[in-house]
Design a binder for this molecule. Structure first.
Ligand code: SF4
Ligand code: SF4
Length: 170
């Protein structure tokens, strides 16, 4: 006997069932203002099996997997992993983000984080601009970020064991 839709949902979103909608994840998300659906709403809809409405939103593409939400969650729900799963499901089902720049940023960000487990902001800025064909986009931000020590010319060291882990899991 095959598994039912409900069982599949429970397997896919078993973490989301622990969510009691405190919205701490949304309040801790640095990108929430760019999103069209709050992270806690994504979790709620996913737990109800309404993932198609989530796949239609920009939020899953804007999410940068920074883990700020997961750190705040009192139930240790792995929100970034759920977002990534939903992104993969959206791609599998032929959904595309409405804003192409969002998808390009997502690609640049994930490619970069897969190099060392940490982002190199300068590289991301340059590569994203190159992909957009607008080399000087947001160029005025660079001096401010340099001044605040948020932009580094040298990439950060890889997280210990990260490359091995990527190799093993890919
Ligand atoms: S912080 Fe955790 S429990 Fe609270 S709404 Fe977000 S996912 Fe749900
Ligand atoms: S992982 Fe995504 S949803 Fe969570 S805080 Fe970061 S950007 Fe927001």
């Amino acid at each position: 006997m095959g598994i039912t839709e409900l069982e599949k949902r429970k397997i896919l979103y078993k973490d989301t069932l622990l969510c009691y909608q405190c919205a701490k994840c949304s309040s801790g998300c640095p990108l929430v203002e760019e999103m069209d659906m709050y992270p806690h709403v994504v979790i709620h809809l996913a737990s109800l099996g309404l993932e198609r409405s989530v796949m239609n939103s920009e939020t899953i593409w804007i999410c940068a997997s920074c883990y700020a939400c997961a750190v705040k969650c009192p139930n240790d729900i792995e929100i970034p992993n759920i977002m990534n799963r939903l992104k993969q499901m959206a791609l599998d089902e032929g959904f595309e983000p409405k804003r192409k720049d969002v998808y390009k940023f997502h690609k640049v960000f994930t490619d970069d984080i897969l190099r060392r487990g940490k982002v190199h902001e300068l590289r991301i800025m340059i590569e994203y601009n190159l992909r957009l064909g607008k080399l000087l986009k947001n160029a005025t931000l660079a001096p401010k970020m340099l001044f605040k020590n948020k932009l580094h010319f040298i990439p950060p060291k890889a997280v210990k064991g990260f490359r091995k882990w990527v190799k093993k899991t890919s």
